[in-house]
Ligand binder design. Sequence first.
Ligand code: NAP
Length: 436
Amino acid sequence: MATINVGLLGLGTVGSGVAKILIEEAELIGQKLGYNLRLAKVCVRNASSARNYSPPSDLITTNPDEIVGNPNIPIVVELLGGLEPARSLVLKALASGQHVVTANKALLAIHGREIFQKATEVSREIKFEAAVAGAIPVIRVLKEGLTANRIQSVFGILNGTTNHILTRMTQNGLTFQDALSEAQKSGYAEADPTNDVEGFDAAHKLALLTALAYGTLPQIADFHVEGVTNLEPDDIAAAQEFGYVIKLLASSSFSPTDNRLEIRLHPAMLPKNSLMAGVNGVMNAVMIRGHACGDIFLSGAGAGMMPTASAVMGDIIEASRDLLPGAAPQVPSLGWKTLQSWSIKPQAEARLSYFLRLTVVDKPGVLSAISGVLGRHNISIAQVIQKGFDPNRNGVTLIILTHEAIEKDLLAALAETDKLDALTGPTRLIRVENQI
Ligand SMILES: NC(=O)c1ccc[n+]([C@@H]2O[C@H](COP(=O)([O-])OP(=O)(O)OC[C@H]3O[C@@H](n4cnc5c(N)ncnc54)[C@H](OP(=O)(O)O)[C@@H]3O)[C@@H](O)[C@H]2O)c1
């Protein structure tokens, strides 16, 4: 049987999983493919570090040039993480005629234009199934299975850390800080959780899903990104009273009326009987709405050694097929031969329903003053709940659910209500997603 060599850059959480599968499942993979995949070399920073899985020591090097640019290794798998040296090594591998597989969403979201352009120039592929939603093969679904669809929307829960935190807050009433500390102790959150809890990790993945769905790779500065750090148990409890669950939701939609993309990543209230609302713990999920396929819902492990390695292996196998004599023409890395340049609708123009939580003094006329301001800004109220006096906030809590409104109108109204003497604290705003 023929053998195709694979070189691995990185032997951390994901790299160890990939090395373990390449070595331990070599026979199974050979039986399925009819040729062998062989782990030829693994590059690490420190050759003597303890590993989750240790391949034979003669495979280990600290010199990436033994892999990148090596004519005997046609497939390079980048699992270093970070931007450099990952970017330079990926570009060099492509320029040397090697196919590249990576799980590095930050690298592709930030330097994707340069990297995808280089791959096209040299007729090589960059595959990144593991960069979005871990084990879930959503990239393959968007790139191949749904090619004939006009994608209307893509929704996702794309970060397991925040989903775990929100699940604990919802099911056990924990505060954000307590849920985060617990997640850190159990290994579901990093010591510095900023990238996850501020939404950047999920935003990188959303940028990549947008590129696959619509052929335009946005920068994350181009759309609204808001994490979960400000959520309070009272928000979660109030959402439940209205029949909603709060999730960190990624969404990307195409508006055919004005030919613009609507992209956003923020905590959202989802109807509690929706499939997305039932995705709990560290699980990820993606829902794709296409004009022909209707709604497709995919769910599974979004991270971890073996689930992520499973997705990386799928890419390695696909890249290896492209190397066989008589291989079919390659699918472009982003699934679009001709990239598009759609503009992005500013968040201020979004039209959504909103959940507002206000703390006000307990006296007559306050509700009518607030509803008067909202009304003057074209915000109509769908439901109101008034709670009893809360000594911690020195006021009563007023929860308002609005009908759909334009976001800039709502923000203008809140700027006005915030100045009312009747308010004793800042107003909380959470967007509602009913289209899911
Ligand atoms: N962890 C997950 O569940 C997960 C899920 C989806 C995607 N990803 C993505 O997968 C990638 C890898 O993540 P990970 O969690 O496996 O990372 P990790 O555990 O930190 O491992 C990184 C590996 O790269 C090596 N490395 C880093 N810089 C290097 C350099 N300059 N030269 C040589 N080797 C270097 C490290 O070597 P030493 O071991 O010697 O330090 C280590 O083996 C990231 O892009 C991440 O975003 C991870």
